[in-house]
Design a protein around this ligand. Structure first.
Ligand code: URP
Ligand code: ZN
Ligand code: ZN
Length: 464
């Protein structure tokens, strides 16, 4: 048995902050004890965490490695994307296995296993994407839940691609109410948006900024409202992904106050970037094309407030990188052809820690938003998302005082720009353990493709 002691740090979980030492035996946490008590531990390796935080590894519940979109593929493979995640302190990702239109869900899951299984440096799970709901797919959902794929994303946007109509959504929600799955919703009224896209292009408006203008906040709010009503009718829980608009937050808040099991997720891009980025000179704005879109700055106050009140419960990245040079370029003459997505899997913990430094959220809330809540919500807690005896030893030693500047020059994501280029951040990941193995320490990466394991997730973690 291999024993590693992490000594002298401040252990922070969603519920506690204690000065304690942590003992890791093989791949799991064996004990946490006050430094005096822990003095007698024998260990093969000691990691000095003096002056540092000791937190559970990040759980990013929303990534798109190698996702096909708009005639190209997201630029990070599972190999490059999970390596970048590890550099940023994330030790678990949950990616989306897409059902090809007209094919089975199973085919999508097998394709994602083929991409991920020998390539991930950290542990990983899958959600399913339902792009063609019918009788067969509903049955397949049951089988996948039994195999640990316990959540399914649906799209009210992108007609002709991933779009589901209200009847398909209701049927999938009814199935989820029966089988314990969680429906995740991309809530934008895609039919109305497509009308506005056509009108903008007909008027000669082809620049990236029009991506933001046609995806009106009220069309996010309307779809969010509709998804909530459908979930109430079906009696299923609902998780709304990448919430960006004040009006959509209000819909989630109201449903929660009425006692419905509705959750919301937002992403760093909506907290730290605005629609002004989309309006950058020339074609630069294409770097910031994602859906839901970046919003005017006033929406950020609602998002931060909802993160504090738990009306938004999770911060994921929606990491979906497309290179500026040759992929975003596909939409140079037509904003609707710009592949949608922003890179960020490496930057989430640091950006949110910077919000701790700025006094926006507490340290414990930071840990909860980036690790504990997503682990709970998606059936991984307490194996992931906490520091407790018996949990997987996915641990980050975090230097809260280190000053860094985010840049494509230094990041590890396989994409030629960083959405936060030049931003000064206080805090940096110093050491990362994944199931007890040190995969990053003092700027040296020791991970390897294929060491990450597929996670069969429990259902209904969000109800406990
Ligand atoms: N969000 C985005 O722009 N791209 C990824 C696909 C999605 O999550 O809708
Ligand atoms: Zn989406
Ligand atoms: Zn996404």
């Amino acid at each position: 048995m291999r024993r590693t002691a992490i000594r002298g740090g401040l252990v922070i979980t969603a519920t506690e902050e204690i000065e304690a030492d942590v003992l890791v035996e093989d791949d799991a946490i064996a004990a946490i004890a006050a430094p005096g008590v822990a003095r007698d531990w024998t260990a093969d390796a000691v990691l000095d965490a003096t002056g540092h935080y000791v937190i559970p590894g990040g759980v990013d519940a929303h990534t798109h490695m190698e996702m096909p979109f708009g005639g190209t593929y997201a630029a990070d493979t599972f190999e490059t994307g999970t390596r970048a995640a590890a550099w940023g302190g994330t030790t678990t990702i949950i990616d989306f296995a897409i059902q090809p239109v007209g094919r089975t869900l199973r085919e999508g899951v097998e394709a994602w296993h083929a991409r991920a299984d020998d390539n991930c440096a950290i542990d990983y799970g899958f959600h399913g994407i339902l792009s063609d709901v019918g009788d067969g797919v509903l049955k397949e959902m049951d089988a996948l839940v039994a195999e640990g794929i316990t959540s399914f994303k649906m799209f009210m946007a992108y007609p002709g691609v991933f779009y589901s109509d209200d009847g398909q959504i209701l049927r999938a929600m009814q199935q989820a109410a029966d089988n314990g799955a969680l429906i995740m919703m991309h809530a934008e009224n895609g039919i109305a948006i497509d009308v506005l896209v056509r009108q903008a292009l007909d008027a000669g408006h082809t620049d990236p900024v029009y991506h933001g203008r046609v995806r009106h906040p009220l069309l996010e709010a309307e779809a969010t409202h509709r998804a909530i009503q459908l979930s109430k009718v079906a009696g299923s829980p609902l998780y709304v992904v990448h919430v960006s608009a004040t009006e959509a937050v209000a819909e989630i808040t109201r449903a929660r106050h009425e006692g419905f099991t509705v959750f919301g997720e937002t992403c760093p891009q909506y907290l730290f970037l605005t629609v002004d980025e989309l309006a950058a000179p020339g074609f630069e704005g294409a770097k910031y094309v994602c859906s839901t879109p970046l919003r005017p700055a006033e929406h950020q106050a609602s998002l931060w407030r909802a993160l504090r009140t738990d009306d938004l419960s999770v911060v994921s990245t929606d990491h979906c990188p497309f290179c500026f040079a040759d992929q975003k370029e596909l939409g140079r003459d037509d904003f609707s052809k710009i592949p949608n997505g922003i890179p960020g899997v490496e930057n989430r913990l640091d950006l949110l820690h910077d919000a701790v430094v700025a006094g926006r959220i507490s340290r414990r809330r930071w840990v909860e938003l980036v690790s504990t809540s997503p682990a709970r919500m998606f059936g991984l807690h307490p194996r992931k998302g906490t520091i407790a005896p018996g949990a997987d030893a996915d641990i980050v030693i975090y230097d809260p005082g280190f000053e860094q500047v985010l840049s494509a020059e230094t990041h590890h994501m396989n994409v030629d720009y960083n959405a936060y280029e030049g931003r000064k951040i206080t805090g940096r990941v110093r050491t990362v353990l994944s199931r007890g193995e040190v995969i990053l320490h003092d700027g040296e990466y020791h991970g390897r493709p294929g060491r990450g394991r597929f996670l069969r997730r429990e259902s209904c973690g969000y109800l406990s």
